[in-house]
Structure formats: C-alpha cells, structure tokens
Design a protein around this ligand. Structure first.
Ligand code: NAD
Length: 380
C-alpha cells in the first residue's frame, strides 16, 4: 500500500505549451502513478505567450489556472517549481526571475544562448541555494544507467574510445522554414539543439573533456521565412558540427551533430570501446544496449541487452521485460529525479552547474571551429 506523503502539495508552474510543454505536463501527471513520491504534486499554473492557448491547455492538461504573462506564474504563491520549456533565449530571463523568487527551476536544454548567461544562471542559483535541473532527459534512460554502471565497474576494461553522434533530418529539406532554432541569438543551431545532448551524454558516461578540435558549417544559408513562403531569411547557425574529443581520462573520441542527415530521426548514439569490450547505444532503439566482449573463436559477436524490470527505472512503469519504455517515460524519470532533489533526497539529474559545464564544452567547440585549432578546456 502507498504511504501518504507528509508535506503539503508542491505547486508546479509550467511555462510553454509546445513540444516540450506537453512532454513536461505528461511527465508531471504520470510521475505520481509510477513512483511513491515523498510529496504530492499539484499542477498549479500554466503560462504561454498565447494566452488563449495557455487557457485551453491548462484546462485540458489539468492545471488550476493559466497566465499569458510568465512573470505572473513566477510570482504566483502556489508555484514552488518553475518548469521552463520556451525557446532557448528565454531560459535566462525566466530562470533568473525564478531564482530571484527563491523557486526551484527545471529548465529545458541547452541552459542558455551564451556562456556568459549560463555562468550567471549557475552562479545565481548556487548563491540562492535553489534546486535546479536541466532537461538532458536521455541520461535518465535505465539502459544508460546500466551502461554507466558497466563502465564504472570496469566491465569494458580501460575506456579508450568514444564515438558519438546525434543526427536528425528535420532540417534536411532546404525548404524547411526558418524557426527560432535558426537564430544564433535565440538558439544556436544543430550544436546547441542536438549536440548539447551528446555532450551531456559524453560527460555523464566518461567525465570531463579536456580538449576539442572542431569544424562547423552551414549548408543551407537561406530558408523560407515561413512554410511555403517565397521570402528567404539568411541562416548563420551551424547545420552540422564535427569534432575530435580528448577526455581527461585519456580516452579519445569523436563527436558529430547534424539536423540534415537524411534517414535519422533521433539518432543520439555512441560506441564506447575499452580494452575488454565495446558497448553501443542508439536512442532510436532506446530499450537496447549492444555489448561485445571477446568470446570463443567463431562464437563471438555482439549481444543485445534488452530493458526489463531488473532496472528500477523500468520497473516503475512495467513489470514485464521487453515491453519497452518510450520518450515520455524518460521525461517522467527526469521529473522523478527533480522531485527527489527538491525533497532533499540528492541530486540525480544534471543541475545548472553541470549544464554550465556542458555550455563550456560547447563554447570550446565553437571557438575551435572558428579558429580551426585544438582548444583546451582551460581556455574557456
Ligand atoms: P516549441 O516552439 O514547440 O514551444 C515553445 C513554447 O514556448 C510555445 O508554446 C510558445 O508559445 C512558448 N513561448 C514562446 N515565447 C514565450 C513567452 N515569451 N512566454 C511564454 N511562452 C512563450 O519549442 P519546443 O520544441 O518545445 O522547445 C522548447 C525548449 O525545449 C527549447 O529550449 C528546446 O531546446 C527544448 N527541447 C528539448 C528537448 C529534449 O529532448 N529535452 C526536445 C525538444 C526541445
């Protein structure tokens, strides 16, 4: 039987009703059904610049009230956790206002649109002592937890190589229109949009990267202003970025992020090799890990490990192996980590400090690509 949570309900305030707004709403609704939480959650307020949509979504998603002005949500005394799912350039003002109000902040990735902003956000949150978490949801996958455990336990031997890639193709058609993701000041291109997830994953699994050598380019330098429009807008952000990585551990790596790679829809993938084996993962098959360890001659090969209830994060949703988790379950696992952190049960998801480290690494990649040379992490 479930224990009754002791404390008063925690009020959730969600800003944004787009792709991530819905994902956060689903996660906040589902997490209490999957886990025995130390506190009840209350969907207190939903904000969007489009106040009609905010009101409609608040009703449909079960929020108590809606706001057209995000500052009103932050000022709302019913709200203790502010979830930010707006375009990247709005993370800074919204998070800084929430920190100033002493509220916990759950912000989508990447943390900010400049390293200066990210630094200020991390320092302000630390000084205010508020709990923070950033939406690097892929590392909450129980199979990634298993990969990390195997690496830490030395099952692959000494790690010597990381080959990481995050490719999608949603901008592959040159007729795909301009969006806020195409503005340097609003987002930052494929490196910020996709690459930041891969950098988070590389750090999560293998630790600090001490040097990078990168190359970025923009393939489609103009895009229609809106779908089907003949008006063209110039594009300055990267469509694809490639880099060599040198980890502090001594492991060597490769990195690539692209939103032009036809055929790939969510190809956040890596192969990690050690002196005793190789582990491979692809987010498009998120319930699987491929493991190779040398075996008997003529009988060796990769084996596929399939997610099941021996992994606690999986068991929370399903008692049967092979039935598979999906993207929205990863988001609920992320919210579970957030609620634990807010309730003083330890920080398991990446906080603003970790997200700032990811921004430092992205800044090193940008500098390296600009100056066409190796850049050490100490330069950033
Ligand atoms: P989106 O365009 O679908 O939604 C953005 C929302 O923000 C819209 O509802 C819009 O009306 C709202 N908005 C814009 N300006 C606002 C303002 N001033 N006040 C209040 N609301 C405002 O974008 P999205 O795809 O949901 O991306 C949002 C964020 O989530 C981005 O930072 C993006 O990088 C991140 N994201 C993360 C993942 C992930 O896997 N973690 C996936 C997609 C997007």
């Amino acid at each position: 039987m479930r224990k009754t949570p002791l404390a008063a309900p925690l009020g959730i305030g969600l800003i944004g009703t787009g792709f991530m707004g819905r994902a956060h709403a689903l996660a906040f609704r589902n997490v209490s059904a999957a886990f025995e939480l130390p506190v009840q959650l209350r969907l207190s307020a939903l904000a969007d610049a489009d106040s009609t949509r905010a009101e409609q979504c608040a009703q449909a998603w079960g929020f108590d009230r809606s706001h057209g002005d995000w500052q009103q949500l932050i000022d709302d005394p019913h709200v203790q956790i502010v979830a930010i799912t707006t375009p990247n350039h709005l993370h800074y003002p919204m998070a800084m206002a929430a920190i100033a109000a002493g509220k916990a902040v759950y912000c989508e990735k990447p943390l900010a649109v400049s390293l200066e902003q990210a630094t200020e956000m991390y320092r302000s949150a630390k000084a205010a002592g508020v709990v923070t978490q950033v939406g690097y949801n892929y590392q909450h996958n129980p199979m990634i937890g298993l990969a990390r455990d195997m690496i830490e336990a030395g099952e692959l031997g000494e790690i010597i190589s990381f080959q990481g890639e995050f490719s999608e193709d949603f901008m592959g058609d040159p007729a795909s229109p301009w969006s806020w993701r195409c503005e340097a000041g609003h987002a930052g291109g494929a490196l910020a949009d996709l690459g930041s997830h891969l950098l988070a994953m590389a750090r999560h699994l293998l630790g600090d990267v001490e040097a990078v050598c990168a190359d970025s380019n923009t393939v489609h330098r103009q895009r229609p202003a809106t779908s089907g429009s003949r008006e063209l807008r110039p594009i300055a952000v990267d469509d694809q970025t490639h880099a060599l990585l040198r980890f502090a551990s001594g492991a060597r790596g490769t990195f690539s992020s692209s939103w032009l790679k036809h055929g790939y829809k969510n190809h956040l993938s890596f192969e990690i090799s050690g002196t005793k084996g190789t582990l491979a993962f692809d987010q498009e098959r998120l319930n699987e890990l491929r493991l190779y360890r040398p075996g008997a001659t003529g009988r060796d090969g990769f084996q596929t490990l399939l997610a099941g209830p021996s992994l606690p994060g999986y068991a929370a949703f399903c008692p049967a192996p092979g039935h598979q988790l999906g993207y929205n379950e990863l988001k609920a696992l992320e919210v579970h980590a957030l609620i634990q952190a807010v309730c003083g049960q330890g920080q398991r998801g990446p906080d603003f400090e970790e997200a700032w480290q990811i921004e430092r690494l992205a800044a090193a990649i940008r500098l390296s690509a600009r100056e066409q040379r190796w850049v050490g992490s100490g330069e950033i």
